[in-house]
Design a protein around this ligand. Structure first.
Ligand SMILES: Nc1nc2c(ncn2[C@@H]2O[C@H](COP(=O)(O)OP(=O)(O)OP(=O)(O)O)[C@@H](O)[C@H]2O)c(=O)[nH]1
Ligand SMILES: [Mg+2]
Ligand SMILES: [Zn+2]
Length: 329
């Protein structure tokens, strides 16, 4: 699109050099008076935005066009910011995002959905039993977080029902930190990991995400599913919500259980980017290399043989790579 017909937006204004006062576009009202807030939850086109400790209900302003708004987005809002019932403010701006966690509905339907914006960390929650851990889903969640630049944290719940050893061994070479929890147990280590971070909790339905969030945020009052419903595909939590940790110590975002984690938008090289010890080795690979095997021309085995990384790391990378094409239940 030629530059002159492109709609001016906030980003264009910021990068354009050599102008003194703030330039204005005719198409877009200024909204200098917009207050900054964070989107806490989204429900049928209504956004709950936290503005100066007040929860404000807002709708999107027309001028935003098709720009998406997700939980975690930092936005500008105008209008009635009192937070009183039956008031409706307007979101007029969405700030540039630090990170975007997306999932594709499934691998054959490449429609991307933004789950949350601006998360620093992804707590990949898996229960050790009831339901047993789905390594396929954990692997795919890892791929999603690593390629989005979001730090993964493995959170193994229900250790009162089964030991964590197998799961811990599986993720050792990936250098993914792990915490083991059980209901009513000590959450000190988890709290430390969550300190000052925006952490999104993801995992199958029934693994105990909301149970954890309720323990971490005493007034969260997230509904928790009945044991009888575990594994039956009934989702107790129906939408994502951001909650502040006590003492302003960061944010946790509870999300509804996922069945799978579509990764149609992730390429082999996207994932390689998360393996700095392997990345440079791919310079020698043939163009479009899928990095699956030396037999297919991949040079990563030679890179490892030369001592730049380890066979375990390469195997872990390839396992995650392979998880993209396996659909999980
Ligand atoms: N035995 C045991 N049960 C647990 C533990 N943590 C959670 N549960 C139970 O597991 C069930 C599901 O917990 P939830 O917290 O609702 O799970 P969720 O991940 O939020 O599920 P969705 O909202 O459907 O995605 C509930 O009956 C919890 O009481 C645990 O550490 N041990
Ligand atoms: Mg829940
Ligand atoms: Zn390769």
């Amino acid at each position: 699109m030629p530059r002159d017909v492109r709609r001016l937006d906030e980003d264009d204004v910021r990068v354009r050099p050599g102008r003194g006062s703030r330039p204005r576009s005719k198409q877009r009202p200024g909204h200098d008076d917009a207050a900054d807030g964070m989107v806490i939850t989204v429900d049928r086109g209504r956004y709950t935005v936290l503005v100066d400790d007040v929860l404000v209900t807002a709708m999107r302003a027309r001028e935003l066009g098709r720009k998406g708004i997700a939980v975690g987005d930092r936005v500008g809002v105008v209008g009635d910011l009192s937070g009183r019932p039956d008031t409706l403010a307007r979101v007029v701006r969405v700030q540039e995002r630090d990170t975007v966690l997306r999932r594709t509905a499934d691998d054959t339907d490449p429609l991307e959905r933004v789950i949350v914006a601006n998360a620093d960390q992804m707590a990949i929650v898996a229960s050790l039993a009831e339901p047993p851990p789905s390594y396929g889903l954990i692997d795919r969640s890892l791929v999603a977080s690593l390629t989005a630049g979001i730090e993964p944290l493995l959170c193994l719940t229900k250790s009162d029902l089964a030991p964590p050893d197998d799961a811990l061994v599986r993720y050792e070479q990936l250098d993914v930190p792990a915490v083991v929890t059980h209901r009513g147990g000590d959450l000190g280590e988890l709290r430390e990991r969550l300190h000052d971070q925006i952490s999104v909790f993801v995992g199958h339905s029934g693994v105990g995400k909301s149970t954890l969030i309720n323990a971490l945020v005493p007034d969260a009052q997230r509904a928790v599913g009945a044991v009888s419903a575990v594994g039956k595909g009934t989702h107790t939590s129906s939408s994502a919500i951001a909650l502040r940790l006590p003492g302003g110590d960061g944010w946790v975002i509870d999300t509804p259980g996922v069945r799978s984690f579509g990764l149609a938008h992730v390429s082999a090289d996207d994932l390689l980017w998360a393996f700095p010890d392997l990345e440079d080795g791919a310079v020698q690979c043939p163009p479009g290399c899928e990095h699956q095997s030396a037999a297919a021309g991949c040079m990563l085995d030679a890179w490892v043989a030369a001592g730049h990384s380890t066979p375990d790391r390469l195997a872990a990378f390839r396992r995650l790579l392979g998880s993209r094409s396996v659909s999980v239940e």
